[in-house]
Design a protein around this ligand. Structure first.
Ligand SMILES: Nc1ncnc2c1ncn2[C@@H]1O[C@H](COP(=O)(O)OP(=O)(O)OP(=O)(O)O)[C@@H](O)[C@H]1O
Length: 253
């Protein structure tokens, strides 16, 4: 469906008809230097926090394709990681598919993420020893889908991103753009209600990037898609943009 038509359809729905599948309220995210909580030399212990997000709120309804824009270091990736439950906020609340995940254990967040979220990262995070098809099928193993169905669904997704003839190649035999397309196919294979992407088109040429976005837009019709990007061609195709500057929203929410 064309962007304009979709935007009108969404506007004409009432709030109660379209569920807010993703929400964060007043989230603050601070990192210690070293970020992962690793040991710090005593001299560095004082004043070592970086406030990456400073009171950000956002709600995304099903059917919406939302872009997150902002300068480098403004907190875009951090927000995507929080919405995916890969991080828990220093303060504030994150809800995924109606569940408050802010204080859930890592295991529970992982379970909710697996059920609800497809993720595409800046670096593709494919397993180097597996074929493209096995990489795409991987999330289905955890879901208990039969081997035959896994292969079929993975192959179907690879065809949709234009890589049907590369199904048996390993990531090392694929270009950066092809690996990115494998990563996008893997994010879609479980048919998740929420798709989160961090700079998904960085490695893609204009035409391939545009084709991939066509798939994503089709996919977003009754789901949530959030994309963090510097790419105007991507942001132009979203329903709305959220702008971050220094960890705060700089648009009119
Ligand atoms: N693991 C970490 N440990 C410490 N600081 C971090 C960590 N991750 C991000 N930061 C800091 O948090 C701030 C926001 O980073 P983030 O990666 O979210 O920004 P971004 O908008 O995605 O940037 P880019 O567009 O360059 O990818 C930056 O100041 C960054 O240096």
């Amino acid at each position: 469906m064309e962007r304009e038509t979709r935007a009108r359809t969404i506007e004409s729905d009432t709030a109660s008809e379209r569920e807010t599948l993703l929400r964060c309220v007043d989230v603050v995210q601070e990192y210690r230097r070293g970020g992962d909580g690793s040991f710090l030399p005593w001299r560095e212990r004082a004043g070592v926090t970086v406030r990456a997000l400073d009171g950000v709120s956002l709600g995304v309804r099903e059917g919406e394709f939302v872009g997150i824009e902002g300068p480098s270091g403004s907190g875009k990736s951090t927000l995507v990681h929080l919405l995916a439950g890969l991080l828990t906020p220093t303060s504030g609340r994150v809800e995924l598919a109606g569940v408050d995940i802010s204080d859930r254990s890592a295991r529970e967040r992982s379970r909710l993420r697996h059920r609800n979220v497809g993720l595409v990262f800046q670096r593709f995070q494919l397993l180097p020893s597996l074929s493209a098809r096995a990489n795409v099928a991987l999330p289905l193993v955890q879901s208990g889908v039969s081997k035959r169905e896994r292969r079929e669904r993975a192959f179907d997704l690879l065809e949709r991103v234009g890589l049907g003839d590369r199904a048996t190649h390993t990531p090392g035999q694929l270009s950066g753009g092809e690996q990115q397309r494998v990563a996008i196919a893997r994010a879609l294979v479980t048919d998740p209600p929420v798709l989160l992407m961090d700079e998904p088109t960085g490695e893609l040429d204009r035409e391939t990037g545009s084709n991939i976005l066509d798939h994503v837009i089709e996919f977003s019709d009754d789901r949530v898609v959030v994309v963090a990007s510097h790419d105007e061609k991507v942001l132009d195709r979203t329903d709305r943009r959220v702008r971050l500057v220094d960890g705060r929203r700089d648009d009119a929410p």
